[in-house]
Each structure stands twice: as structure tokens, then as C-alpha cells.
Design a protein around this ligand. Structure first.
Ligand SMILES: *Cc1c(COP(=O)(O)O)cnc(C)c1O
Length: 827
């Protein structure tokens, strides 16, 4: 199906110019330039002599969008005509970033657009920079959804991504006096040229009310409130522009009319109260990462988008195929974590109450349709909702959850499950004041449940889902995450891409596995030097960005040691900061020793209510201020905390990284995808055997990665049983000195006690094993510097990272899902 050869592709990609066809190329440039001018004139409404960079961005994007729309329609027509099965990817988050360079790159129009704009006196890179970074997600989970959308389009898997069109995505992070401040992100304020509002595609989503039985004992839900879900579509164009899928995001619109009487009599607020409440659903993204929000608005968001998406995919199915009984043959619904898991109960409601199927039939279809991806095992991140809230907000769905649970428990009992086992697999947690376990609901309602790395999937089977796996065996499988190489190598790092293509040929652009052909060049001195030169250029570029953003001038000859990701205790930025201070102490103690210069780079946002994470940000900034202004270590050690980490910033940092920090407490990072981006770009990882680091180490080889610390099977029991952190610190004088300095205010002289509580907390209950792993981490950092001092070895390892991580392409991940979860034929 779907996957056609590339023989008919005429358009050159990016920097690969077609030289024997210059007339065609010139004609394309002229045509695109005219298209941009037309958009500027008739849609943006500006004159070219007065157009702002923002106007040019809008005009260029609209012109590119036109090129995509024809292919979009062709893809939809082909999928319909061939009766292809469609994947519906339900995700509360899509961390998209900018799209213009991505779309141009995939269409092979980057150079054409560059020349078209050149002729108008407009610079392509500046035009790219006008685009807001669409941050409709918190971190890895949302970025995975975005990478998957790109890969599904690139492979030609017919897919629709469903989510929420948040008016405000993830907050913008400011650092003021070393502390995080959150301000709202206004990504839509100047319009979004990518999206199409589908005013004609809308569904009324109910909340509250009551349930009655009609004459045939069919249940009828009478919602007390309805909110309209309106579709906004963005085309997702795949590699070489051969296939285009849809990202459909729902916006909430009030159905309650404006109460004119009240308004006219002066009650302007009361007259609109219901409308404001309804439209709050798509107002803001919850800014928590790896934690369950637990608030009513969050549950309203989840049901709103799950229900709208199910209404929509059923309508499409009936339009194309006519028969609700074949739904599972034509549609796969992937639940990206439990956020859309209420969809399990909602699909049953639609099939039974609305479409009149009997329960067993509906359940079979539903289970064959759904599959569920688990992203975390941490208790605070596992979603559960209080039964009373569910009963009030979604009374019919709650009844259905009870019916599912009754059958689920009955079947297990019939197979001899004990009471303890039954309470472990029940969809209702009776221990914490009766709550619905959304992970259990998703598990029971899916035919496949996947973890996101080999280690994580193994742990799923022995921890959260151990009893469910026993009761419903054979459903758990692993699908190790991946990243799209188009964005994270070709676009983020065009210079390295050019070097790779020049070395092993352009086939690698279509077949990531060809990266392995780089391996023989890893020992080649000239190639190593070219690789190192490219890195050096990227570091100079990043140094410029850093200087502009925070006024720190980085030494591009230094080793760039980078940790960028959400700030979370389990990710252990604190461990990295402690090492930074240890290094600082050592350099001050022996300033004449032959230190190699080092730069520590941090970036990441903390959830606004996560006090400990915010304190860690403050500590990083305090440490940075003291170290950067200490003349003893000038030129040897620098620390930079870059504000407002997002996809765009990641794209400029990653190509400049020498060392990739992936140092989570073993057993707690489900996969990680940042680790893959760095390795692909030739950074060497320092990391624990956690998440996908395990699989990265297997592929790059233990001699090309710095592994340290406790293993998951050791860390788990230590976390559970506790350990004596004070004894660990006593035994490690360097660590003791670091903690004393932080605790005594060396980095916060204006408030010496600022970090006393943090240090005392660490000594009292070091839940994330920071002290326990410290010595091992420092030893690994010493090995890093040893390797760095031997450039031939360093660059050989770096090249072998790039050469050996092709498997982490999200194209591979998607092929595995298609094959083993969605039952879709792919090439
Ligand atoms: C890749 C990515 C992440 C995930 O990073 P991890 O290191 O896997 O936690 C988070 N945010 C952004 C912007 C990303 O690009």
C-alpha cells in the first residue's frame, strides 16, 4: 500500500541542487516568489515595500501551505479509495515547535524558497525565526506525538492526530534574579497560518445531568451542559512530500447563548459566565509533567477531546464504510498515555447507547480498536479520578466503567483470582477513597499495551501492571521510542547532514539505516577533523545565542556538557549541579593543574507548583553566577542556564553538545528521547542504565558511552527501603565539601540559608539516590575528561554514536506499531 517508490520525485531536497535542470529550478523560484507576493497582497494585506518580517513569514507559509493542500487532498482521496485502515493518534499534547522549515525541507523546497525570498530582499532564516514555537505539550510525551505524526506521514501511514487547540500552550519561562517566572505563551495572537478552521465539523459534548432508561431499557443520558468542539486542521507533510496527514485539534465553543437580558441590565459577567466556563476547556495546557493534575477542568479537557475525536472517527467510518461493525478493521485508536483513556468508556457508550449494539459485541470492537501506551510508572503520575467527581461530571460513563469492571472482575474470579488479586486489577481503587484507575481502564479496554523502552516494559510487567498482565496475558509489548531524523538531524544540523551525505551518499536521507556506512570512517583522521569542525561551528553559533540571551560569553574550545529537559527530581539536575560545584572546588584548590576548559549548559522548565524543581533552577542559576564571576576559574569552567527551553532552543543546542547528560535515577525514566537526539548528532552520553539509555549503550557499544551508577534492580529496593545518605556523605569527602558549601550559602551569600533545607532533605531522605550515585558519577566524569584529552579517541566515539543509532528513528518505531499493534501493512 501507501508506500510508493521515490522514482517520480523531481524536486531536489534542501542543499542538494539539481544542476542539469536549471531552467526548471529557475522557473520554480519565480513561481514561488510570485505566490509569496500574491499571499502578501491578497491575504496578509500588505505592500511588499512596507512588509514586516512577520508579514513575510505569513505570506511564505501561506504559499507553502498551498503546495501542501493538493497533496493533502490526494492522500485523503487515496486512503478513502483504497479503503485503508486509519490510525487515530489521541494525545493531550503535541509539542510541535516551528513548522515552516520542516515543511519546506520535506517538500524539497528549502533552496527554492531561499532564492525566492532573496529576490525580494528577505532572508529565509530570519523568516523562519518569526514563527512562534507551538508548545502544545510539556515535554517528551508531547514531542513523541509530534515525531510520530511526522513519521506516519513520511512512511505513508494514513493517520489523524487528535488533540486540543490550547489557546495558551506551555508557559514562557523567564529567569529573574535566578528564579523561574511563568508568563502566558500567546502563540495564536498573530494568527496561525497553518490551520484551517472547520466550522462545519463540530460536536456537542455533554457534561453532568442524569441518566434515564427508555422503553427498551436503553439508557439515555441527559447532560446538564453541552460544549461544542470545533475542529482546526493542520496538514502534516511527510518526507519528500509524498503523503500528507491531518492534525485535528479541538477548540471549545460555548453553546449557551449570551443572556441578553442580564447583559443589558448590566450584569456583564453573569450574562457570560456559562460561556466563559465552557470555553475554558481549551484555554490553557496544564503545565505539569510527570504528575497528575487531579482537577475538574483537566477531566473536562480529557473527556472533551476524547469524545469529540470518537464522534469524529465514527462519523468518518460510517461515511466511508457504512457499517459500525467493521470499525476495528478500519480504525486503530492509539491512546498516548491515560489522558484519553476515558475514551474506552465513551466508545462503549456510543456503540451501546447510540448505535444500539449489544454489550459483548461493542466490547469486542472497542478492545480491537484501542491500544494504549504507558509512559510512566511513578505513582504521582498515574492518573485516577474520584468516583464522586466522575458520577457528577460523566454519570453515564461512570455506569459503564462499573459494568466493564464487573465483567472484568467476574472473568478473573472465574479463573481463580484471589481477593488480593481482584483488588489489584480492579478499575476502582478502594484504598484511597474510591478512585477510577485510568491506567487500568485503558489496559482492560485495549488489545495491546506498550511500554516505551525495553527496560520500562519489563518493569511494567513486574510493577503497576503485574496482576493485570497475569489476568489478561499477552497484551503487553514494547515499542521503544524514536525521533524523526528529518527534524533532529537534517533540519537541526544541516552542516553535519551535508558532511554525512558527502561521505556516504544521499541514500541515507531516505534510509536511516545507511548511517551505519559511517562506521568505517570513524578512524579516518580527515573525516574526524571534518566532524569536529562542524561541531566547532555549531558551538560558535550556540555561543552567540547564549551571549544574546544571558550575556555570558562561552569559550567554544571548551567541552560543552549539556543537560536540557524538564526540571524534575528524578532527572537529577541536582546531581549535575553537585558535580559542577565539586569541579569548581577542585579547580580552585589546584588552579595550576592542567584543566581542560568545560562549559555546563542547563535548560528546562519546572511545573509552576513544583517547589523543589524551582529551587533546583534557582540553585543552578546561583551556582552559575558565582562560578562565572570567579577569576580563579575564568576560561576553565562556565555554567549557563538558558531560559525558556523549547523545541526551537533544543534544535540550536543539540548540534553543539559534546556530552549528553542522561542521568535519571535508574528505573524512573521510561525512555527519554533527548538521549536519542544527542547521540544522533554525535554527542557522547554520560548516563545511567535507564530507559532507552540501555538500548543506546547496546547499539553504540559500552566503549562509546559513559555508564555509571546504580542499576534499576538495585535502585528500586534502595528507594523502597531507604538508605543512610549521611553515611554515604561521610564516606565521600568531596561530596561533603560540596554539600557544606551549598548549605552554608557560598552560592547564596545574600541569603545563606536558602539551600539549607534542600541539603538537609537530601541527607534525611534522598529519594532519588543523588548521594548514592555521586562518586560513581564523578568517576564517569573523570573518564569523560580522559577521553576528551585524546581527541582521536573522542571523535571516533562521537562518529560511532551517529553511525550506530539509526534504529532510534521514529520511522522504525512507527513500523513496529503498524506491524504489531495496528495490524497495518507497511513496506
Ligand atoms: C526531546 C524533548 C524533550 C524530551 O527530552 P528528555 O530528555 O527525553 O526528557 C522535552 N522537551 C523538548 C522541547 C524536547 O525537544
Amino acid at each position: 500500500m501507501v508506500c510508493k517508490g521515490h522514482g517520480d520525485v523531481r524536486r531536489p531536497w534542501g542543499f542538494q541542487r539539481v544542476t542539469d535542470d536549471s531552467v526548471t529550478v529557475e522557473a520554480e523560484v519565480v513561481a514561488l516568489r510570485q505566490a509569496v507576493l500574491n499571499k502578501l497582497m491578497y491575504e496578509v494585506g500588505g505592500r511588499d515595500e512596507r512588509a514586516s518580517p512577520r508579514d513575510w513569514f505569513l505570506a511564505a507559509t501561506l504559499a507553502v501551505r498551498d503546495r501542501i493542500v493538493d497533496r493533502w487532498r490526494a492522500s485523503n482521496d487515496e486512503a478513502a479509495a483504497q479503503g485503508h485502515k486509519q490510525v487515530c493518534y489521541l494525545s493531550m499534547e503535541f509539542l510541535i515547535g516551528r513548522l515552516l522549515s520542516d515543511a519546506l525541507g520535506n517538500l524539497g523546497l528549502t533552496d527554492t524558497m531561499r532564492q525566492a525570498l532573496d529576490g525580494l530582499g528577505v532572508e529565509l532564516e530570519e523568516t523562519f525565526a518569526q514563527e512562534p514555537d507551538a508548545a502544545l505539550g510539556n515535554g517528551g510525551l508531547g514531542r513523541l506525538a509530534a515525531c510520530f505524526m511526522e513519521s506516519m506521514a513520511s512512511i505513508g501511514v494514513p493517520a489523524i492526530g487528535y488533540g486540543i487547540r490550547y489557546e495558551h500552550g506551555l508557559f514562557r519561562q523567564l529567569i529573574q534574579d535566578g528564579r523561574q517566572r511563568e508568563v502566558p505563551e500567546d502563540w495564536l495572537s498573530l494568527g496561525n497560518p497553518w490551520e484551517f478552521e472547520r466550522a462545519g465539523i463540530g460536536y456537542d459534548i455533554g457534561f453532568g445531568g442524569y441518566v434515564t432508561a427508555d422503553g427498551d431499557a436503553r439508557m439515555v443520558w441527559h447532560p446538564g451542559e453541552t460544549v461544542r468542539a470545533i475542529a482546526y486542521d493542520t496538514p502534516v507533510v511527510g518526507w519528500r512530500g509524498q503523503w500528507v496527514n491531518t492534525l485535528r485539534l479541538w477548540s471549545a465553543r460555548a453553546t449557551d447563548p449570551l443572556h441578553l437580558d442580564a447583559f443589558n441590565s448590566g450584569d456583564h459577567v453573569g450574562a457570560q459566565a456559562n460561556r466563559v466556563r465552557a470555553e475554558a476547556i481549551s484555554r490553557v495546557l496544564y503545565p505539569g509533567d510527570e504528575s497528575a493534575a487531579g482537577q475538574e477542568l483537566r477531566l473536562r479537557q480529557e473527556y472533551f477531546f476524547a469524545s469529540a475525536s470518537l464522534h469524529d472517527l465514527i462519523r468518518r467510518h460510517l461515511r466511508l464504510h457504512g457499517d459500525i461493525l467493521t470499525l476495528a478493521e478500519k480504525t486503530s485508536v492509539q491512546l498516548n498515555d491515560t489522558h484519553p483513556a476515558i475514551g474506552v468508556a465513551e466508545l462503549m457508550r456510543l456503540l451501546v447507547d447510540v448505535h444500539g449494539l449489544d454489550w459483548e459485541q461493542a466490547w469486542e470492537i472497542s478492545r480491537a480498536t484501542f491500544s494504549y501506551t504507558n509512559h510512566t510508572l511513578m505513582p504521582e503520575a498515574l492518573e485516577s479520578w474520584p468516583v464522586p467527581l466522575m458520577e457528577r461530571l460523566l454519570p453515564r460513563n461512570m455506569q459503564i466503567i462499573y459494568l466493564i469492571n464487573a465483567r472484568h472482575l467476574e472473568a478473573a474470579r472465574a479463573h481463580g483470582a484471589t481477593d488480593t488479586q481482584l483488588s489489584a486489577i480492579s478499575l476502582i481503587d478502594e484504598q484511597h477513597g474510591r478512585r477510577v484507575r485510568m491506567g487500568h481502564l485503558a489496559f482492560a479496554g485495549s488489545h495491546k499495551i506498550n511500554g516505551v523502552s525495553a527496560l520500562h516494559t519489563g518493569l511494567m510487567k513486574t510493577t503497576v501492571f503485574a496482576e493485570l498482565d497475569r489476568a489478561l496475558p499477552g497484551r503487553i509489548c514494547n515499542k521503544t521510542n524514536g525521533i524523526t531524523f528529518r527534524r533532529w538531524l537534517m533540519r537541526a544540523n544541516p552542516a553535519l547532514t551535508r558532511l554525512i551525505v558527502d561521505t556516504i551518499g544521499p541514500r541515507v536521507l531516505d534510509d536511516a539505516e545507511r548511517l551505519a556506512d559511517l562506521a568505517p570512517h570513524a578512524r579516518d583522521a580527515a573525516f574526524q577533523q571534518a566532524f569536529a569542525r562542524q561541531r566547532r561551528t555549531a558551538k560558535e553559533h550556540l555561543a552567540k545565542v547564549v551571549r544574546e540571551r544571558i550575556g555570558v560569553t562561552l569559550n567554544p574550545d571548551a567541552l560543552f556538557d549539556v543537560q536540557i529537559k524538564r526540571i524534575h527530581e528524578y532527572k537529577r539536575q541536582l546531581l549535575n549541579i553537585l558535580h559542577t560545584v565539586a569541579l569548581y572546588n577542585a579547580m580552585r584548590a589546584r588552579p595550576m593543574a592542567p584543566w581542560a576548559p568545560q562549559v555546563k549548559i542547563f535548560a528546562g522548565k519546572a511545573a509552576p507548583s513544583y517547589h523543589q524543581a524551582k529551587l533546583i533552577i534557582r540553585l543552578a542559576n546561583d551556582v552559575s553566577r558565582v562560578i562565572n564571576s570567579d577569576p580563579t576559574v575564568r576560561g576553565l569552567l562556565q555554567v549557563a542556564f538558558l531560559p525558556n527551553y523549547n523545541v526551537t532552543l533544543a534544535e540550536s543546542i543539540i548540534p553543539a553538545a559534546d556530552l549528553s547528560e542522561q542521568i535519571s535515577t535508574a528505573g524512573l525514566e521510561a525512555s527519554g528521547t533527548g538521549n536519542m537526539k544527542f547521540a544522533l548528532n554525535g554527542a557522547i552520553t554520560i548516563g545511567t542504565l535507564d530507559g532507552a539509555n540501555v538500548e543506546i549503550s547496546e547499539r553504540v557499544g559500552l566503549e562509546n558511552i559513559f555508564i555509571f551508577g546504580l542499576k534499576a534492580h538495585q535502585a528500586g529496593p534502595m528507594r523502597r527501603d531507604g538508605f543512610d545518605a549521611r553515611a554515604v556523605v561521610e564516606a565521600s569527602p568531596d561530596l561533603g565539601a560540596v554539600l557544606d558549601a551549598i548549605s552554608n550559602g557560598v552560592f547564596s551569600p545574600e541569603e545563606p540559608d536558602r539551600y539549607r533545607g534542600l541539603v538537609e532533605g537530601l541527607l534525611a531522605h534522598d529519594h532519588f539516590l543523588v548521594t548514592a550515585d555521586f562518586d560513581s558519577y564523578v568517576a564517569a566524569q573523570r573518564q569523560v575528561m580522559g577521553r576528551w584529552a585524546r581527541p582521536v579517541e573522542w571523535w571516533r566515539s562521537a562518529v560511532l554514536n551517529t553511525a550506530n543509532v539509526a534504529w532510534f528513528s521514529s520511522d522504525r518505531t512507527i513500523r513496529e506499531y503498524a506491524d504489531e499493534v495496528w495490524d497495518l501493512p507497511v513496506r
